[in-house]
Every structure is written in C-alpha cells, then in structure tokens.
Write a protein of this length. Sequence first.
Length: 84
Amino acid sequence: MYELVFDEKVSTYLEKLPKDISQRIFKKLQETKENPHHYFVKLSSRSEYKLRVGDYRVIADIEDNKLIIYVIHADHRSKVYKKL
C-alpha cells in the first residue's frame, strides 16, 4: 500500500475549502493508496499525475519504488494547470 505525503501548501488549501469538498478530496485520495495508477492519469509532457475529484484536480508525483504518493498541488480545475 502506498503512503500519502502532502505538501504544506496543499494541506493549507484543503483546510480553507468547504468541509464537504475537502472531505471528498481526502476520501478519494485514500482510495488511491491501493493502486494509484488506476485513479491517477499522467500529465502529457510532464512527470506528474492528475486526479479528478469533481471540479477539483489533485496533482501528485508517484514514486513506485518507495510506494509514496506526493500530493504537490490541488485546486479548482479552472486554476490548477496555470499554477504548475
């Protein structure tokens, strides 16, 4: 099983979101721990992966050799790719 590691900015962002949305994102991330490649899609021409959660996107690096999912960015779909 993979371990989730959150960037400090992501943790702060999720705390500011309405509780129902942040819980939905966190629950979806918990589901990915068994097999992240089933849920995450690789971004074209980048090394990161994206996860769709309604109107929000979570960007992560997946290290298969260490079994770690680094959650590096989360935001609304209209803003998330502009900040990468």
